[in-house]
Design a protein around this ligand. Structure first.
Ligand code: CA
Ligand code: CA
Length: 119
């Protein structure tokens, strides 16, 4: 008797547990993940690299202040000129006014820290 009762109780608990936990996941946490993906998300390192490479418009392998400005404008910066200047202050290690391949990583990391979002 006791065994039957306890097995029924545990089965019911198990069923209740399943019913209660599964829809919770679908309704709340799972949907939240989907919504987060649909809303604007922080840009990834690869995307930042891609944008800067694309904005090397004269294809000399260096990013000038003007090219940086255009890149930051495309990232949605409200002050792309200022942002380009600040990025050069931060990443232009040899001070020639251009971002070369060696300085590129620093530029990408700097840009990622600004937390630009894309849709
Ligand atoms: Ca260039
Ligand atoms: Ca430089």
């Amino acid at each position: 008797m006791i065994n039957i009762l306890s097995s029924i109780t545990s089965t019911q608990n198990g069923m209740l547990g399943d019913v209660a936990s599964v829809p919770k996941c679908i309704d709340k946490s799972c949907q939240r993940v989907i919504w987060r993906k649909r809303a604007s998300v922080p840009i990834t390192e690869d995307q930042v690299r891609g944008i800067f490479l694309r904005y090397d418009t004269n294809k000399d392998g260096l990013l000038s202040k003007e090219e940086l400005k255009n890149a930051f404008a495309s990232l949605g910066s409200r002050m792309p000129g200022v942002r380009a200047w600040l990025a050069l202050q931060h990443a232009d290690v040899n001070g020639d006014g251009f971002i070369n391949e060696a300085e590129f990583d620093k530029l990408v990391k700097y840009t990622l820290k600004r937390g630009y979002k894309i849709n």
